[in-house]
Ligand binder design. Structure first.
Ligand SMILES: *Cc1c(COP(=O)(O)O)cnc(C)c1O
Length: 356
């Protein structure tokens, strides 16, 4: 793949900024977008010259494959600003590798590394004012790829669009969540696309999740599709269980997304001397632990919410409340991660990536 220097990105700057219209203290996640976006089209067998332009609506032919067959993948990452105004990403190489893994599974051509990083960094420099310092503030970055070729034949497209849009965020899902363990519906199956951030994985969860919400549970913890006996992950977060002083999380496989937050928590647990077992974890084990009082915590781990504590779970009509834990691992991991992300703590694994 061709390596292109930054100056070869076609750049059209926004004439005015929308930033003064935004109340940064009252942000709803994913509603407001920055002044610019990154766009790169794939046609004639290659990625064309990348562009950065004012954030705007776009025209796509109604027959584009993305509308009919969901040939689309995405990523979720964040930029942070420290008190000196330095901008950082967190393990962005992981997101880059993952979007290409997702793309490969969806028969979408891989995106060049240089375009990804140059595009991201140029965009962040332009919209740097939108990244507010302070722990918990961030700029959520949404790279995604859609099949744009106008033709509804059920086959991979020959044309795609790679884009990055950016939305200022506060850490969300701050309230502990009540979850339901899936008994009927499944998110993914062996040989499927559960490991990919493929658009359809998320659309397919909305209906079962809306049923759970009617019963008073905000999220579903998905179980294995064949038996529903083993706990796998939440819809946008990996999941950790604490029994006694030990953490347990499911191993990655075809069905489970390989989360950056998850792998960071596993590493931090090792650094902090907390035992963490990566193995299958059954619904029965968690219900038994809840009954005998050894279940101390359940928490989700993902870029958007960082760490999201679970206050109760339901399975087969049984509801278990999880008493608040004084020395919570969830709180410990959340603050440890945020401090590394915001350049407030030592970064011994080289996870921070400064945007210069
Ligand atoms: C994005 C995502 C996660 C979390 O991954 P991070 O890299 O930690 O943000 C977990 N599960 C699913 C299904 C996801 O889509």
């Amino acid at each position: 793949m061709a390596i292109i220097p930054t100056y070869e990105i076609d750049l059209v700057k926004a004439k005015t900024s929308k930033i003064n219209d935004v109340d940064f203290n009252n942000l709803t996640f994913g509603r407001v977008f920055t002044d610019h976006m990154f766009v790169c089209d794939f046609k004639d067998g290659e990625w064309q010259k990348p562009q950065i332009m004012p954030y705007q609506a776009m025209t796509i032919d109604p027959s584009a494959r993305v509308f009919h067959y969901g040939q689309a993948v995405f990523e979720g990452m964040k930029a942070y600003k420290d008190e000196d105004g330095k901008v950082f990403l967190f393990r962005p190489d992981q997101n880059f590798e993952r979007i290409n893994k997702s793309s490969a599974r969806m028969a979408i051509p891989e995106f060049p590394k240089d375009y990804f990083f140059k595009g991201l960094e140029t965009l962040l420099k332009l919209d740097s004012e939108w990244i507010k310092p302070g722990v918990g503030n961030s700029l959520y970055l949404r790279p995604f790829v859609i099949a744009t070729e106008p033709a509804i034949s059920a086959s991979p497209a020959n044309e795609y669009r790679f884009m990055i849009i950016c939305s200022p965020a506060k850490a969300y899902y701050n309230e502990p969540v009540r979850v339901l363990f899936a008994e009927k519906f499944s998110r993914s199956a062996d040989g499927g696309v559960g490991f990919a951030k493929a658009a359809g994985n998320y659309g397919a969860q909305f209906y079962p999740t809306s049923l759970a919400q009617k019963k008073g549970f905000q999220q579903i913890i998905w179980t294995d599709a064949s038996t529903h006996d083993y706990l796998e992950e939440a819809g946008t977060m990996n999941i950790f269980f604490r029994i006694g002083d030990k953490l347990i999380t499911a191993p990655n496989n075809d069905r489970i997304l390989d989360g950056v937050t998850r792998k960071s928590v596993i590493q931090l647990a090792e650094d902090l001397g907390i035992e963490c077992e990566v193995r299958r974890v059954s619904v029965k084990e968690i219900k038994d632990a809840a009954k005998n009082g050894s279940l101390k915590e359940i928490f989700g781990a993902g870029t958007a919410a960082v760490i999201s504590p679970v206050s109760a779970f339901e399975h087969a009509g049984d509801v278990f409340e999880i008493p608040e834990e004084e020395n919570s691992y969830a709180t410990l991991f959340k603050s440890t991660l945020l401090n590394i992300q915001h350049n407030l703590a030592e970064d011994k694994h080289d996870w921070r990536y400064e945007v210069k």
